[in-house]
Design a protein around this ligand. Sequence first.
Ligand code: C2O
Length: 552
Amino acid sequence: AKLHVHEFIIEAKPVRRLCITHQTITVNGQFPGPTLEVRNGDSLAITVVNKARYAISIHWHGIRQLRNPWADGPEYITQCPIQPGQRYTYKIKIEDEEGTLWWHAHSGWLRATVYGAFIIHPRLSFPYPFSMPKRDILILLGEWWDGNPTDVLRLAQLTGAAPKVSDAHTINGQPGDLYRCSGPETVRFSIFPGETVQLRLINAAINQKLFFAVANHQLTVVEVDSAYTKPFTTNVVMIAPGQTTNVLITANQRPAQYYIAARAYDSGNAPFNNTTATAILEYANANAPSRRGQIKPVFPVLPEFNDTATAIAFAKRMRYWKRAPVPLHIDEDLFFTVGLGLINCPNPRSQRCQGPNGTRFAASMNNVSFVIPQSYSVMQAYYQEISGIITADFPQVAAEFDYTRNVNRGLWQPVKATKAYKLKYNANVQIVLQGTSIVTPESHPMHLHGYQFYVVGSGLGNFNPKRDPARFNLFDPPERNTIGNPPGGWVAIRFVADNPGAWFMHCHIESHLGWGLAMVFLVENGDGPLESVKPPPLDLPRCQMRSFGSSL
Ligand code: C2O
């Protein structure tokens, strides 16, 4: 096992896209940021040096951080952010994890440009479960705004309206040749006729679920969220923010150029970015890059934007690659609603109430709209037993209720609070995530920090606690860290609470997280030091009151 030492310098650099240059927060001047590449069992020490004017923290998405929440990263959950001019070293140990993960800023919308891949290869001499190609192609999907993403968030927070949709989707930071001023920079990947390569797809978009396809080529899914799957072949992948998907592709078509394309999957009825990001897969020795008058690359068939049937059918095909060690008896049987909401305003004409009919947008779990603390982190408060930061009284709501209608909002108006649910060490946990159809039925990609979980069931409509559990897949359900409920439906997950600490669970659609679609699990220590949270590192960023303009 190796120790990898890195320095991540956070700084603003001019980046030009769609004919406009603006100051963009980058890591080491790169957008997207550097790729971390390690082996299972390795350790990393990554010193984040903040030379930007925003406070920031970095999250290593999908890394479990066993007993070490101090290196997890979400600001005000496991640490206070790194202030401008300060630094913090994340010490990470990879323990029994391999595959494609990623890292991103976990401070407001800074992750729009502060993100990169985190690839974990198997231990040396531990083979993959299937024969794997030698060559990988990394595909980071993102969203780009004409302007500063933090300002987009700030305006939405001020007005209570939905944030402006992005101006482009991107592949490895480039929109591709369907957008203005983007043609020459379109990303090109070359492939040899007959060759099979692995594409590592990461959806780093702020808000948008995406359909992904490569013209004329089938994709064989072999891994999701750093867990192998039974291989299956598909023409299109649906990937939600936070998720990763590895697919194999074989160059078995006529030598030519083929478009790789990503565009929105959006089940809701709110505005979304309906443009298409492209890159080009070109066969080596095929005709030279197309110039005017030459044949255009072949374009893939993509589903309609609201093609929920395709999205659900894709998710349903996923199976863990072997028999999975799913917890069978359940100690904590939890039911959480996930959905949007609207907060009534005393003065609906106010500048702060520009949401539908003079309201402010909100989102909640079990009707609690999570408020991120602003002076102290949840983990520090938990560790030092400081009261007043978070309460462990996250409520339960009735499982038997009709969540599929647009429930009257007088009846269902979220309460703003900072609430956690406490779990005993090693408890077997089941959570049913029930989408509400308040405002709009939508799929919420829910991410749990500190854990991987098994997705044992899902369905449309209301979860039925008497009928549905009998149909759960307890044999080979997919293992993930981010999963969406079908729009207007539910999804059930299981895990063992064997990682003590404060762990954030939230919708990975950043606008929904900002509206409060989140909660925290406080997982208690077990017996003895090897079942307990490690002491905090000495350089953990100091907490201080958030001053105006320093963070968001
Ligand atoms: Cu990928 Cu809490 O985030």
